[in-house]
Design a protein around this ligand. Structure first.
Ligand code: PMP
Length: 294
């Protein structure tokens, strides 16, 4: 079956799925998006992704010309049209075609498109061995400038950090916020595990550190709670990363990936940790067997 893209209510071949060069999404990165995954024919947390999309749109004063139900249906229709059971779904809403000035209110109507494809963020062996990351010198967007809570089409901040990672010969970078605390990676949330009184505690940065409220992050937190693990959201420094027992990243594209080295410091014994591996397994069981579309 040939590929189909959903564009403004129609399923079209990729070569017809084009946007105008006057679209402010292209001219200014003015738009919002979601990255979603389907497993075994079910879309994981579809409604949660759509709610986040609408909240991002509210934050940038963009009115999405569809209801949540309509977009949920459009996502399912696109998956079916591409004859897929598993895949990565990219849903974008651009500001639309306007004039060359910044004024978003000159734009006619948003363009909405849905792509269903596959994605491979990191090589498969890194999921087994663990990944090496570095700290980027590029600071995560200040929440008072462009809140990282908004999943906007402007990813330059993240791209600059990604370039630093690639220049350093690794696949991912951790970004600090304007205060020097750990925020998140370029496309993933970050967690560390550290023992307190002999018990492992799962730590992650608070939302106010300037992070996207990851849907994978929330799902993994739920699994950690179910496993009786203690969770804490606290400001983390690079020292906390360097001295952690375990570290892992979460994201829709990344899923759950262990980290075993940061800025040349070996984490724990240099292998993916026990808690990380148990959450990795629990996450894959959740999405494979019982992926709720809530
Ligand atoms: N942070 C950033 C900057 C991201 O781009 C992503 C990927 N959407 C995440 C975190 C993880 O979020 P989610 O689990 O919802 O994919």
């Amino acid at each position: 079956m040939s590929k189909r893209i959903w564009l403004n209510g129609k399923l079209v071949p990729p070569e017809q799925a084009t946007v105008n060069v006057y679209d402010h999404g292209l001219l200014y990165g003015d738009g919002v998006f979601e990255g979603i995954r389907a497993y075994n024919g079910r879309v994981f947390k579809l409604r949660t992704h759509l709610r986040r999309l609408y909240e991002s749109a509210v934050a940038i004063r963009l009115e999405i010309p569809y209801t949540i139900d309509e977009l949920a249906e459009a996502v399912r229709e696109t998956i079916a049209a591409n004859d897929r059971q598993d895949g990565y779904i990219r849903l974008c809403v651009t500001r639309g075609v306007g004039t060359l000035g910044l004024n978003p209110f000159t734009c006619e109507a948003p363009n909405v498109f849905i792509i269903v494809d596959s994605i491979k963020l990191y090589p498969a062996e890194l999921y087994e061995q663990g990944m090496e990351i570095v700290t980027a010198s590029t600071v995560r967007n200040h929440p008072m400038a462009l809140s990282p809570r908004i999943k906007s089409m402007n990813y330059l901040n993240n791209i600059l950090a990604k370039i630093e990672a690639l220049d350093a010969g690794v696949m991912e970078a951790v970004m600090l916020n304007h205060l020097g605390y750990v925020a998140e990676c370029t496309g993933d949330n970050i967690f560390i595990v550290r023992k307190r009184d002999g018990q492992p505690v799962v730590y992650s940065p608070p939302l106010h550190a300037g992070v996207l409220e990851g849907i994978t992050m929330r799902a993994v937190e739920g699994l950690a709670r179910d496993a009786g693990l203690c969770l804490e959201r606290v400001d983390l420094t690079r020292y906390d990363l360097y001295t952690a027992d375990e570290m892992f990243l979460t994201g829709t594209a990344a899923e759950v990936i262990p980290v075993t080295k940061v800025d040349g410091r070996v984490i724990g014994d240099g292998k993916p940790g026990k808690v990380t591996l148990s959450l990795f397994d629990a996450f894959h069981k959740l999405v494979q067997n019982n992926a709720p579309e809530d």
